[in-house]
Write a protein that binds this ligand. Structure first.
Ligand SMILES: Nc1ncnc2c1ncn2[C@@H]1O[C@H](COP(=O)(O)OP(=O)(O)OP(=O)(O)O)[C@@H](O)[C@H]1O
Length: 321
């Protein structure tokens, strides 16, 4: 690989548009994924995540816009380009009668012609089984696997060809907590050790925060955020919810300065304040605020305006008088 190729983003999407008939589902989506980067695509049901991924994989023709994956337009990608991609789809493709090991060995052999000096294809089947936690099930027929084990097999199918770019559409659905943790470790290893570029969709914010170098939030076919988890968390730090009870009455307020708010609350009502709780906003709160803002047609994502502490204290005073 030349230095120029290495510097080129693995995925480049510019003003991507997609319509199904007269329904527009992607309204000009633009983002980039660098080589070796893990990006999580988040968004509510119907936001356009699967459509975006399917266009990048070359499974679906876009209506307009520019797309490059490993420097190639997916609409014109040849087999040798496709062999450099790994795909884990949402839907299960059945190969029920095959024993797991034979199936992976057979499927992997299709990648052998695309082995290069730098990248040996396919991956060793035993190492692969170990990596996805299916060693014990190697002799079982695919149709006899549990739901979570089938999903592990999906992941194995996605990485058997040692892909340079890996697309994972909701990869951990049906995983138990241990499988989820093992999968997270595998994804980090693929990115850090093998420099695999990974684009995954998930509804699990915790997963996105743990795994991704960057989070792209899609709502109604538009990107409403593209930031590192730390950048999103910094926005989160600005919001908190304070709850308390006074004279048997329950109060709740949102504030960007919870410490100051609580100090003022105590200054105003001292010992009458009971059952005080301060809940920091989570990534989920930020995510929901951004999605709701996008869905209600408001421009500019971010946290909704939170009540000022002074006003809230005054409201408490009013209630008590
Ligand atoms: N083949 C199709 N024909 C017509 N409309 C479609 C087709 N596939 C998807 N859509 C519509 O396009 C929109 C985006 O769908 P998409 O599957 O990309 O969303 P998503 O973000 O992946 O959702 P989910 O989280 O539910 O998987 C939805 O409104 C969906 O109904």
């Amino acid at each position: 690989m030349s230095a120029d190729t290495a510097a080129e983003p693995a995925i480049e999407v510019t003003d991507l548009r997609m319509s199904y008939g007269s329904t527009i589902v992607l309204h000009g989506v633009t983002f980039r994924v660098a080589r070796g980067e893990v990006v999580a695509l988040l968004g509510p049901n119907g936001a356009g995540k699967t459509t975006t991924i399917e266009i990048l994989e070359g499974f679906r023709m876009r209506s307009a816009g520019e797309v490059r994956v490993l420097g190639t337009d997916p609409a014109h990608g040849h087999e040798s380009w496709r062999a450099r991609l790994g795909v884990v789809l949402q839907s299960w493709r059945d190969h029920a009668k095959w024993p797991v090991r034979e199936f992976l060995a057979h499927y992997g052999s299709l990648y052998a012609p695309y082995s290069t000096e730098r990248i040996t294809r396919p991956r060793d089947v035993d190492e692969l089984l170990e990596a996805v936690g299916l060693t014990e099930q190697a002799g079982r027929r695919v149709g006899q696997l549990s739901g979570g084990q089938r999903r592990r097999l999906d992941v194995a199918i996605g990485i058997v060809g040692r892909p340079e770019v890996l697309f994972l559409d909701e990869p951990t659905v049906g995983f138990d907590p241990e499988a989820r943790q093992e999968f997270h470790a595998l994804v980090r290893r693929l990115a850090e050790v093998e420099d695999t570029t990974i684009l995954l969709t998930t509804h699990d914010l915790d997963e996105a925060e743990r795994l991704a170098d960057r989070i792209v939030i899609l709502a109604r076919g538009r990107i409403v955020a593209d930031a590192t988890p730390e950048e999103l968390a910094r926005q989160v730090e600005t919001g908190a919810e304070v709850r308390w009870i006074r004279d048997g009455e329950r109060f709740t307020t949102s504030t960007r300065t919870p410490t100051r708010f609580v100090r003022e609350l105590f200054a105003a009502h001292g010992a009458d304040v009971d059952k005080l709780e301060v809940r920091r906003a989570t990534l989920e709160d930020t995510y929901l605020a951004m999605v709701h803002a996008a869905e209600s047609g408001r421009d500019g994502a971010g946290l909704p305006e939170l009540g000022a502490p002074r006003a809230a204290v005054e409201r408490v005073a009013e209630v008590s008088s």
